[in-house]
Design a binder for this molecule. Structure first.
Ligand SMILES: *Cc1c(COP(=O)(O)O)cnc(C)c1O
Length: 459
């Protein structure tokens, strides 16, 4: 198959080229030992659909069961949860997982090894052509003493979609999930002590094009890796009380929150557009947003509210999805509204999906004194939001994402005017309830299929 023809194929929906091979699913195990995957490889099953340049041959699939393990001899001191090191976001845990890929051979055996520098050439594809994508999720220490991931399979599937947008290689998302679990099982026990329920680490799976040829082309070499980082508790500065475990600690007392302060993007700065790559978690979406983010901070705002088009469609808030609770003008019904996915401008957040799922499941009927909500994924404009606010129909606005979790918004600044949402008891009723439900699942207060228990490795 010629390169051009293949490239064209890949430009079509990558899902039709989904992995054809089957790998065993052994959930929760750190080193899957089943041999089905290697047997398939031995049997000579061709994975040419994973080859990004159209060469045929036996390409090794990503296979977590082949992972090797080399542990550090000098484990680091574990810093205090949510302390200065976490805020600096420079402290990674003791280990990482790396897997290299080449167009000729496919995926090599994954390596779990001490955290440390990578070696790539100055000409590496990622450094010139932004062939990078990543994920962001958390490992939670539950109130039942167990470690959990939250809907991790969604992050792994999204990583595949992001990779395919920037010509990085395909893989079975289940195998990435196993690698993430293996790393969490290794470093979780020491970095998230059992008696510190309510703590978490941030997980950053990443893929880069490591090709050392300067030609503008699909990378012929890549590196997939997973690292774990100490991360600040950004939801603590927000309206709802700190998790019970944190209360009573010197720095953990719940403070009255000012809420998130957003400033609408200006007309000359667009985050994403139809046909672009806003739906992919690729590094190329973030570098170009930093000037606007810096300006927002300098003016005293937390995040940019990204608008699109001459009608000022509201899309996302920083690197979080954005929700409003509005009383519909004609029907008088309450609606939970967020931007739709169809145009592929916004990132399909795992938190977004979970907010929508829970709202549909638990808020569509009035209960416990709370009025029922209709859920609506649709375009809405700044004009509609201002009108709703002026008419007293804008009840809540909140951002939703892994980093900020569920963060009620107190101010939206738009072209010289402020939309204010007072942070009293009335504001944030729905955001608070949804946040509590999600937190219960993440920290094991409610057994739920979204909470994936990580069996801990005891050295
Ligand atoms: C990561 C991200 C989100 C949130 O996604 P989650 O899966 O909920 O963490 C939203 N918008 C953008 C632009 C993002 O990068």
């Amino acid at each position: 198959m010629g390169v051009d023809k293949f490239t064209k194929l890949l430009d079509d929906d990558r899902s039709i080229m989904a992995p054809a091979f089957i790998t065993p699913v052994s959930s929760g195990t750190t080193t899957p030992t089943t041999t089905t995957a290697s047997k398939l490889t031995e049997a000579g099953i061709k994975h040419s659909s994973h080859n990004s340049n159209g060469e045929t041959g036996d390409l090794a699939p990503l296979d977590a069961s082949l992972m090797t393990r080399a542990l550090t001899k000098s484990p680091k001191a574990v810093p205090e949860f949510d302390g200065p090191e976490a805020k600096a976001q420079k402290t990674m845990t003791d280990h990482m997982v790396t897997v290299s890929w080449t167009v000729e051979h496919g995926w090599a055996a994954p390596e779990l090894k001490p955290y440390g520098p990578l070696s790539i050439m100055p000409s590496a594809s990622v450094l010139h052509y932004a062939t990078e994508c990543f994920e962001g999720l958390k490992l939670y220490r539950g109130y039942d003493g167990r470690l959990r991931l939250f809907r991790c399979s969604r992050n792994c599937a999204r990583m595949c979609r992001s990779a395919s947008r920037i010509a990085l290689p395909d893989f079975d998302p289940k195998e990435l999930e196993k690698l993430i679990i293996a790393l969490c099982a290794q470093d979780g026990p020491r970095w998230l002590p059992k008696d510190q329920a309510g703590c978490f680490l941030y997980i950053r799976p990443t893929m880069i094009g490591t090709d050392s040829a300067l030609g503008v082309q699909r990378p012929r070499e890549a590196l997939l890796y997973v690292i774990l980082s100490c991360f600040p508790d950004m939801s603590k500065s927000l309206a709802s009380p700190a998790p019970p475990a944190m209360q009573g600690q010197a720095n953990g007392a719940a403070k009255a929150s000012p809420g998130l302060r957003l400033i609408a993007s200006s007309e000359d700065t667009i985050r994403a557009w139809p046909g672009g790559f806003g739906y992919a978690k690729v590094g190329a979406n973030y570098g170009p947003s930093l000037v606007a983010q810096g300006e927002a901070k300098a003016k005293g705002f937390d995040q940019v509210l990204w608008l699109f088009g001459s009608d000022d469609y509201v899309t996302e808030a920083g690197a979080s999805n954005f929700f409003v609770v509005v009383r519909e003008k004609t029907s008088g019904k309450l609606q939970l509204i967020t931007a739709p996915l169809e145009e592929r401008m916004i990132l399909e957040g795992v938190t977004r999906a979970s907010v929508l799922d829970l709202a549909r499941e638990r808020l569509s009927k009035s209960e416990d004194g709370a009025e029922a909500l209709e859920v609506s994924e649709k375009r809405f404009t700044m004009k509609e939001m201002i009108e709703a606010h002026d008419e007293g129909r804008l009840l809540e606005a909140f951002a939703a994402g892994t980093a900020f979790f569920i963060a009620p918004v107190s101010i939206i600044h738009f072209r010289g005017k402020d939309i204010e949402l007072p942070m009293g008891d009335d504001n944030g009723v729905y955001a608070r309830r949804i946040k509590q439900w999600l937190s219960n699942i993440m920290y094991g207060k409610q057994e739920h299929e979204w909470g994936v228990v990580v069996e801990e490795k005891t050295q």
